[in-house]
Write a protein that binds this ligand. Sequence first.
Ligand code: SF4
Length: 100
Amino acid sequence: MPIAILPDIDEQRCIGCALCVEICTTLGPDVLRVKPVEGWKRGKAFVFYPERCITDGACIGVCPTKAIFWMRPMNYTAGQPVPLHKNGIFVKGWAEDAGL
Ligand code: SF4
């Protein structure tokens, strides 16, 4: 399993505002998505395309709650989102077309 330095997202702090998604998409890498999660009213940010991350930390700079506070080495599988630490269960599937 490859390792990359990826945003460490704290789902307890994430309010699903998608500012991290917006900056990452605007700058080009397009790594993050906000998806619904069981037990939470609002969606949570996920490292949805880990293989695209260039570790520039732009998401850290825009997160209003410090849910993304740092980046750290993580195992990932290309083409698969990185699960959250706790309660990181999607209400819907991983598929990009599952929507919000
Ligand atoms: S910017 Fe922060 S609070 Fe907003 S969706 Fe991203 S991780 Fe969550």
